[in-house]
Design a protein around this ligand. Structure first.
Ligand SMILES: Cc1ncc(C[n+]2csc(CCOP(=O)(O)OP(=O)(O)O)c2C)c(N)n1
Ligand code: SF4
Length: 280
């Protein structure tokens, strides 16, 4: 694609403007993540009619409603199950899943593990704001140690998931992480993930500036987002990470990339070999 077309990104071309104003709080990282996704879609030159965006329930889950494409707002924790069926039935579509840390690691944790294992050609954006945003700020499986939430009034004492390590161990063939502060890098990572033929898991460190930020006195929205720049430590992947929102604790970029067989193609070949009628 030539540079002029690439630079010509106008987010309004990809939004349902009749759904505006959106419901996100000021400074919410989920809005930045949506911008990165739509920018990546633009750069890839994807046809909106050939694009499906599937989300679960949560502040993260609301994002699909704003995208001018084929969109599906499914039940809490189930977007990957829905997307799996959709992609198998319609392999011609580019299918993108937007999910929250609660949606994908708590109620939907089992679906995430098996989506990684199968390696169907889906792109999963997990927006990690360390909390259940939509339901009022309960702790999630990614809440950092000692953080205050409505369900951890004494400070969180549970160990947290490193979602990327989980995805990699479960077999995701593309794993990446980026912070919303680095918007161009995030856009590039999402673009790589969509272009990858197989299951792509991308964790976006996305601030809940309202419920989580205020309860933990993390400062104003800009302050909270800016502190992300102190939170990246390239050599940290594989090490114990206890307090990711303290300085120096996230490794970002592409963390794993592996060219193993894509599930849909393998499944169709398998059906053909055994005389079945899988759709192309
Ligand atoms: C089966 C079911 N259980 C619980 C809920 C209530 N619920 C709605 S959103 C949500 C958590 C959302 O948190 P997360 O996935 O982290 O997304 P966020 O809102 O933080 O973006 C919960 C528990 C529900 N809608 N359906
Ligand atoms: S509650 Fe948190 S996650 Fe939800 S829209 Fe507001 S800032 Fe974003």
């Amino acid at each position: 694609m030539d540079q002029r077309v690439k630079d010509d990104f106008d987010i309004r071309d990809y939004l349902r403007l009749d759904r505006m104003p959106h419901f996100l709080c000021p400074g919410c990282g989920h809005g930045i993540a949506l911008r990165a996704l739509l920018w990546a879609i633009h750069e890839l030159g994807l046809d909106k009619d050939q694009l499906a965006v599937v989300s679960g329930i949560g502040c993260s889950g609301r994002l699909s409603a704003y995208v001018d494409a084929n969109t599906y707002h499914t039940t809490h924790g189930r977007p990957l199950a829905f997307a799996t069926g959709l992609k198998l039935a319609r392999p011609d579509l580019t299918v993108i899943v937007i999910t929250g840390d609660g949606d994908s690691l708590a109620i939907g944790g089992n679906h995430l593990i098996h989506a990684c294992r199968r390696n169907l050609d889906l792109t999963c954006l997990m927006l990690n704001n360390e909390v259940y945003g939509m339901t009022g700020g309960q702790a999630s499986p990614t809440t950092s140690a000692e953080r205050y939430t409505t369900t951890t009034p004494l400070g969180n004492h549970e160990p947290r998931f490193d979602a990327c390590k989980l995805a990699e161990a479960a077999g995701a063939s593309f794993v990446g992480r980026e912070v919303t502060l680095q918007l161009p890098a995030l856009k590039n990572l999402v673009r790589e993930g969509i272009a990858h033929a197989g299951f792509s898991f991308i964790e976006v460190i996305s601030d809940c500036t309202e419920i989580y930020g205020r309860k933990n006195e993390l400062g104003s929205s800009p302050e909270m987002v800016l502190r992300q720049k102190h939170d990246v430590r390239p050599e940290s992947y594989g090490n114990q990470v206890e307090r990711p929102f303290r300085p120096g604790h996230w490794q970002t970029g592409i963390l794993a990339r592996d060219a193993r067989p894509e599930y849909g193609a393998a499944w169709r070949a398998h059906c053909e070999q055994h005389g079945g009628g899988a759709r192309r």
